[in-house]
Design a protein around this ligand. Sequence first.
Ligand SMILES: Cc1ncc(COP(=O)(O)O)c(C=O)c1O
Length: 260
Amino acid sequence: MVTLVHCDTPSALYNPLRELAKAAADHGVFLIVDAVSSIGADEILFDQWRVGVLIGGPQKALNAPPGLTILAVSKAALDRAREVGRETFYMNYFLWEEWLEKGGFPYTMPDVLIYALKEGLDKILEEGLSSVFQRHKAARLAARRAVEALGLKPHPQTLECTCPTVTAFKTPIPAAQLRRHIWEKYGVLLAGSWGPLEGEVMRIGHMGVQASLDHLATAVAALGAGLRDLGIDADVEKAVDAVVEALGDGENRRGTRRVV
Ligand SMILES: Cc1ncc(COP(=O)(O)O)c(C=O)c1O
């Protein structure tokens, strides 16, 4: 069995799921994928790529509140679970299988969260999947160009290895200081990172509705201004221009256009 994080949010590292799933399937290895921060932002062909189990979350590119787990379970996974035969209650696939047939739920469902998820999914389907995926790619490029225009080093260095939902970069001053300044002065909350990257790497999220011109331009302007305030030479105008160039055209604004 192999477990894989498709989009590792704290480091912005993007794993090539299609290729890794093929390698796993060709070697008869069962694959479990954490797609919490990629589901709804990039294509995942669960059956065709022969993924065993895929786990998603509503709170990132699906535009919904946290609190639900989204699971895709292959027939191979169900067969394997049957072989193992462990009977749990809350996380029991078979209970769900049984209730899906009966039409109902095995326990009380958070209906408000389900309605919110439906709204998020409807928004995606209205825009169209290929447009949503393209918009996330454009946001990744916009954020990359903006970060580089500010004189910062992206992490990871290669664009194709970077998540479509988050862009990370090395910070020239301690992340906690820069983040606090940007939050207090501009009201924009940029994320830090975890583990070995903590303190050195910061992130701009561009997932779901955030993969848009207005969100990214705001984040980039606040980042550039924050750097400048703290004595780092940063070309804010060039960075914002980079976002406008990558995300400003009509096609990439479908689904996120707002009347102001
Ligand atoms: C890639 C990834 N997996 C899992 C999680 C955990 O999701 P949750 O906090 O809803 O359990 C996160 C949350 O940020 C994530 O980014």
